[in-house]
Design a protein around this ligand. Structure first.
Ligand code: AMP
Ligand code: MG
Length: 521
């Protein structure tokens, strides 16, 4: 197995001089050299061939002992020196101080076809940032990360990738629902891949300590290596950087709202500087279209990270990043200008995205109203988001309001919920929709084709991941393989997978792991 190694992060940024692996505050350093813990009996469960290819590895490499040893943390790849990142963050709106990679260890950077990637093991043991936790991850949460990261990629949502999923052979103690009943679960390790794992919180760490020397070093490094198209200097350079992070973050959120993804823990330490989805924990997929829904039971009281609040929270997080970068800019005005533009830009992009979901090409004044009334209607009774939008593309210009409604009827969880007023409101909405699609020049066929490229047929429904986990716990990975393959083509009709294009079964409604998740992972 041959990787083209590069180590710009550790070569150019300051290391923690202390190499003893005990939890502590780490000052004036971007990372601490840390070795993964040797797993007792590692085995490969699944690898993404596409991610392997992207970093220059073949199918043969995946099956090699080198691959198993390297990506389980068993042996250290030649010429590399693993390290854990230092960062801070705001958690649930409160300043949390130093956090850092408590259970993630960066193996190295690699270069392939002029692109550079950082490879990071998650669950490979304690680091100086583990605080009171153990540094490990369980199979349950590792399956969720591996499957979802790749599913998101194929949905066209910016995301970190997942190269591999391994069992460590060790047992890990977890209290799944924090009710004082911890139990042993299988330990697992995922290898995540991203341009870098620098977060908003990486900048917040130095800013909070007024360590402007390292703040500048990190910002200059990030721009030089990951935003190299920015040619400006001085203050302008940092502003251009912030502007771009704002834009890519906004784009990511629009994609989340498009597919119905709820991250669950949008703390600033979980916000990538690349505008990619990172840290798949207690995330979930909207089944019932409900803007107040969050899968994260840790957040059930305030629902800070609910579906409908994600755009607002991204902006709140960008404010924290702006504060952190302020010492390099020394002028709040231009930062405020960028932040103030976020809401208008978001509204614009959201409108475009929703128009695409509805199959509208031309610009019409009434679209905003049509979209608002639709999302309100979707919230009235339990309605499956994925099924609704996917089936909406079957509506034709010749349909009446009634036949159009029949095309999407499958999306309702219980027809009994549809009382007279709701039916009338749907009727009115479809009358407007019918007029609206008849104003479009494109044919029904073309509209359907375009809509089906933005409205996925297959998403990783919460209960699907849980079924995979239940089987995998017993050593059966067939479903994991099946779902992984299916989710590679989420927009295609896959007749053999029709059973996954269905409403959440009733048993999953209130089941732990399906609709309710905790941060315990
Ligand atoms: P999260 O919200 O999952 O991204 O985690 C927040 C912080 O807790 C990060 O610093 C993580 O590295 C750390 N953390 C989470 N789980 C563990 C664990 N099992 N062991 C050590 N640190 C952890
Ligand atoms: Mg995190």
């Amino acid at each position: 197995m041959k990787l083209q190694i590069q180590n710009s992060f550790t070569a150019e940024l300051p290391a923690d001089p202390n190499q003893i692996n005990v939890p502590r505050q780490v000052h004036q350093a971007c990372y601490s050299y840390t070795l993964p813990k040797k797993p007792s009996n590692p085995s490969l469960i699944h690898a993404s061939t596409e991610v392997a290819n992207a970093i220059g590895l073949s199918q043969e490499d995946i099956l090699s002992a080198d691959f198993l040893n390297t990506f389980s943390g068993s042996t250290i790849y030649p010429s590399t020196k693993p390290y854990a990142l230092s960062y801070a963050g705001h958690q649930f709106g409160n300043w949390a101080g130093q956090l850092g990679d408590g259970r993630a260890i960066n193996l190295t950077e690699v270069v392939h076809e002029n692109k550079s990637y950082t490879l990071q093991l998650k669950g490979a043991g304690p680091t100086p940032y583990s605080r009171t936790a153990d540094g490990f991850a369980v199979l349950r949460s590792s399956i969720r990360e591996h499957l979802c990261a790749e599913a998101m990629h194929y949905l066209g949502v910016p995301t970190t990738r997942s190269l591999s999923l391994m069992l460590s052979g060790d047992q890990v103690l977890r209290d799944v629902i924090y009710n004082g009943n911890p139990a042993y679960e299988k330990g697992a390790i995922v290898c995540r891949v991203a341009p870098s794992f620098i977060r908003f919180g990486s900048f917040e760490l130095f800013a909070s300590r007024e360590d402007h020397v390292n703040l500048k070093l990190l910002a200059d490094f990030t721009i030089k290596h990951h935003f190299s198209h920015i040619k400006k200097e001085g203050v302008e350079k940092y502003l251009a950087f912030f502007q771009e992070v704002t834009q890519t973050t906004l784009n990511m959120i629009v994609h989340w709202q498009r597919v119905g993804f709820v991250h669950g823990v949008m703390n600033t330490d979980n916000m990538s500087i690349h505008g990619v989805t990172i840290d798949y924990g207690p995330y979930g997929w909207l089944e019932d279209y409900n803007s107040t829904w969050t899968p994260n039971t840790t957040d059930s009281q305030h629902k800070r990270y609910r579906f409908g609040n994600q755009p607002e929270i991204a902006l709140w997080n960008l404010y924290q990043l702006a504060n952190a970068l302020y010492p390099l800019i020394q002028d709040a005005k231009p930062l405020e200008t960028i932040l103030n533009a976020y809401s208008t830009n978001y509204e614009k992009e959201y409108l475009n995205m929703m128009k695409n979901k509805l199959g509208f090409q031309i610009k019409k004044e009434q679209d905003v109203v049509l979209i608002q009334s639709l999302t309100q209607l979707l919230e009235r009774v339990e309605t499956d988001m994925t099924i609704f939008f996917r089936n909406l593309s079957n509506v034709t210009k010749a349909d009446t309001a009634l036949t159009a409604f029949n095309a999407i009827k499958d999306a309702f969880y219980s027809e009994k919920d549809l009382d007279k007023t709701i039916l009338e409101d749907w009727h009115d909405w479809f009358e407007m929709y019918s007029i609206r699609i008849n104003e479009e020049a494109i044919s029904d066929f073309v509209r359907k084709e375009q809509m089906d490229q933005v409205n996925p047929k297959y998403v990783l429904r919460n209960y699907m991941a849980q079924l995979c986990i239940d089987n995998a716990d017993k050593g059966d990975y067939a479903l994991l393989n099946e779902l992984f393959e299916m989710l590679k083509n989420p927009y295609d009709e896959q007749p053999n997978s029709q059973k996954w294009f269905a409403k959440r079964p009733d048993w999953a409604r209130n089941k732990v792991g399906c609709s309710m998740l905790s941060c315990s992972s």
